[in-house]
Design a protein around this ligand. Structure first.
Ligand code: AMP
Length: 427
């Protein structure tokens, strides 16, 4: 048994070469130190090389980009066709700008010896460079749906030469209200094509899209959406909303919190938390939908390089953030959609490493916590904080008291039990 670098995955000694990939791709993979294909790659690559359609029920972190990207690159390189002016041979749709850029970067890396033309189309930035990139036609276009439709309408992009379609994170397309746009785009494509759809969950509208878009697809499910990565240590701290900022700053004083993503529900709270942390002397930045694309890319680059230690993000902005070695995910606010919790905590424990997810739960968020526990089918361990009493905001007389729970543990050392005031007891 070989252990794969991607989280939570064990596979047998199948190699990329044995899956039928060409030499230029194998060379690029070797340079990236990909030694063993992940389970989704083991199953998807031969099916796609054989021309099948594919339904992948998988989250980011499973290696799905290479699973569809490698066969796609191989086909495009083998069939030496030039795309028409303003046209593309392959179209990949992604719900967010970050994910689109990440897919494009990965495909350029895997295809670096193939001499194919790539372009990205996304909203929030000037359209002119994108229009120019499309003028001669490209082999692979990665796009977000809104801007793509816009450019098609302006006749800067044509879709009648598409031979391969990939819809990534279809459930997120639905959440973000893009599913109609996706359907419109699909209706503009030639019927004869290879199609793939990836989704972490399968709500009804995605099932319907699959029925309309895919032809007898190979179905691959790698990790059920309800199952959170085994390697993530999940804990919850019950704390009043007004005390959360003090607790966050307190936790971050611990050096073990090396690279941290903090999630909030709204852009407004993301900004406030980031400002507060900055004042407290932490290197931090925020990413959310109101920030320009350039500001978001800069924040991500600084987070990747380690110049920014704490990235504060909303759910949508964080989709597709692929940064290794995130030590902690902190849910400053719990998400109202339990699936978002799974996506959020999946940011840590990537690439085989271990990670910790800590959720702050105000009494008003208890219902969200219950929904999350129902979805992930486990009770999340309650831990107490050791925040000095004087650093908390004045107590609200009506505030609900956090009940004592037998599973209470200290957040730094889960084995040591604490009582609800934070005093240690013997385990
Ligand atoms: P994805 O699920 O496509 O977002 O990929 C998650 C991460 O795993 C990315 O950082 C990839 O570069 C990495 N990755 C994908 N496939 C492999 C592999 N076979 N071996 C090692 N790393 C991989």
């Amino acid at each position: 048994m070989a252990v794969c670098a991607v989280r939570n995955i064990f596979v047998t000694n199948i190699t990329f070469a044995s899956l039928g990939l060409s030499e230029p791709l194998l060379r690029a993979l070797a340079a990236e130190n990909y030694t063993t294909p992940t389970p989704i790659q083991v199953r998807a690559i031969p099916a796609l090389l054989a021309g099948r359609d594919l339904l992948g029920i998988a989250q980011t972190g499973t290696g799905k980009t290479a699973a569809f990207g490698l066969p796609l690159l191989q086909h495009l390189a083998a069939i030496k066709l030039r795309a028409d002016h303003r046209g593309t041979r392959a179209l990949i749709l992604a719900p967010t700008r970050e994910l689109a850029i990440q897919i494009d970067t990965s495909l350029r890396t895997y295809g670096r010896h193939l001499n194919l033309r790539h372009a990205v189309i996304l909203g929030g930035v000037n359209q002119n460079p994108q229009v120019n990139a499309m003028k001669q036609g490209v082999d692979i276009l990665v796009a977000t749906p809104g801007r793509l439709l816009d450019l098609v309408k302006q006749q800067h992009v044509r879709l009648d030469g598409v031979t391969a379609l990939i819809v990534d994170e279809a459930d997120r397309m639905l959440d973000m209200g893009f599913i109609k746009d996706v359907r419109r785009i699909v209706s503009m494509l030639p019927k004869k094509r290879q199609s793939m759809l990836f989704s972490a969950t399968m709500p009804d509208d995605v099932v319907k899209l699959v029925g309309d878009m895919l032809h007898q697809p190979e179905r691959i499910e790698v990790s059920p959406p309800t199952k959170t990565a085994d390697k993530i240590d999940q804990r919850v701290i019950h704390i009043a909303q007004k005390d959360k900022r003090a607790l966050l700053a307190h936790l971050l004083r611990d050096d073990q919190f090396k690279r941290v993503i903090v999630f909030t529900r709204t852009k407004h709270v993301a900004n406030r938390v980031s400002e507060h942390l900055e004042k407290a002397g932490f290197s931090t930045d925020a990413i959310h939908g109101n920030k320009s694309q350039n500001a978001r890319q800069r924040a991500l680059a600084n987070f990747k390089s380690g110049d920014v230690r704490v990235l504060v993000a909303t759910d949508i902005a964080a989709r597709g953030v692929d940064v290794d070695d995130i030590t902690h995910v902190i849910n400053f606010e719990l998400p109202n959609e339990p699936e978002s919790y799974v996506h959020r905590i999946g940011r840590t424990a990537r690439a085989g490493s271990e990670g910790i997810a800590i959720s702050f739960c105000d009494p008003s968020e208890r219902a969200f916590l219950r929904d999350i526990e129902r979805l992930v089918k486990r009770q999340i361990a309650v831990v107490t904080h050791d925040l000095p009493a004087g650093s908390l905001a004045p107590a609200n007389a009506n505030e609900e008291r956090r009940p004592h729970h037998p599973a209470e543990r200290n957040y730094k050392n889960p084995k040591r039990r604490t009582n609800f005031r934070g005093n240690r007891r013997a385990a």
